[in-house]
Design a protein. Structure first.
Length: 287
């Protein structure tokens, strides 16, 4: 016998086409989508691709941007471009780690809530609502201020309050998919448990979670940079982008490159992430 089994009620899924994906995303947004893995690779390789040691004096202090030092040097004589590259690693990879962790935790909570229903769904739903209505950024700031500044503490504080958004997305998508005809047919055919989840539900939930995560990258990057700007990140001389901007604000009118260039990199990272998120949302619309 050829073809699909008469009991196989899973929908036929077309083969993924990258050309159509980027066409639906738009050319500018496609630049952002391609830029995400490029920046991630750059961040991962940062310690090996910086032209100078980011922590050591390599030239005279306060040199303006030039061909020898693209972003100039700071008040000690350290190469600012090398420090910005390493700062991208701290900020970007930390942001992706927060997104990955909260996406996994929130998705699992939402899947359990949506699948179980009843009182379990009610209790989990109220807990998620409670976390969402809390002023999460202010509480995260208070948490880090209480336990002590540091990148790990900042990441923990943000992760505690970031997962409920993904829980709500996955819960709502599961509840919507459970009412779809092909899922109802699969359940009537005796499909239960992990097979129902992996074959019929998760493929429908994944696009919504991917869109939410891609749109969230810029928010996490900005929040991390804000907390670093307020002095709650890594202590000096670690080259965090927000901290470098904060520590050199008094040099804005004299040595403008010290606060402006790290801040400009934060802006470009958030712009790239927003473009990628918009492109992924447009490309996956209707999936």
């Amino acid at each position: 016998m050829t073809g699909r089994s008469s009991r196989d009620t899973s929908p036929v899924r077309p083969r993924f086409n990258w050309r159509d994906f980027f066409r639906r995303a738009g050319w500018l947004e496609s630049v952002g989508i391609v830029g995400l893995p490029v920046v991630t690779i750059l961040a991962a390789l940062a310690p090996w691709i910086t032209p100078f040691d980011p922590l050591l004096r390599v030239a005279a202090a306060y040199l303006p941007p030039s061909t020898g030092h693209w972003f100039g040097t700071d008040e000690i004589g350290r190469d600012l471009f090398s420090r910005v590259i390493l700062g991208i690693q701290y900020t970007w990879l930390s942001g992706l780690a927060i997104i990955a962790f909260t996406l996994i935790v929130g998705s699992l909570v939402g899947l359990i809530s949506g699948l179980m229903g009843g009182k379990i769904d009610l209790v989990i739903g109220r807990i998620v609502d409670l976390f969402i209505v809390l002023p999460s950024t202010l509480i995260a700031l208070a948490f880090v201020a209480a336990v002590g500044p540091g990148l790990v503490n900042t990441m923990i504080a943000l992760a505690i309050f970031w997962w409920p958004w993904y829980a709500r997305i996955s819960r709502d998508e599961i509840r919507r998919l459970k009412a779809r005809p092909h899922v109802e047919a699969a359940r009537m055919a005796g499909v239960r448990g992990p097979r129902l989840l992996l074959r019929y539900l998760l493929p429908g939930v994944a696009p919504a979670l991917l869109i939410g995560a891609s749109l969230d990258v810029a928010n996490v990057i900005m929040t991390l940079s804000l907390m670093s700007f307020l002095g709650l990140g890594l202590p000096a001389p670690a080259p965090e982008l927000g901290a470098m901007t904060s520590r050199t604000l008094d040099s804005l009118t004299v040595h403008w490159w010290l606060p402006i260039l790290p801040a400009a990199v934060i802006f470009l990272l958030c712009l790239l992430a927003n473009l990628a998120g918009d492109g992924i949302r447009a490309a996956l619309r209707g999936v």
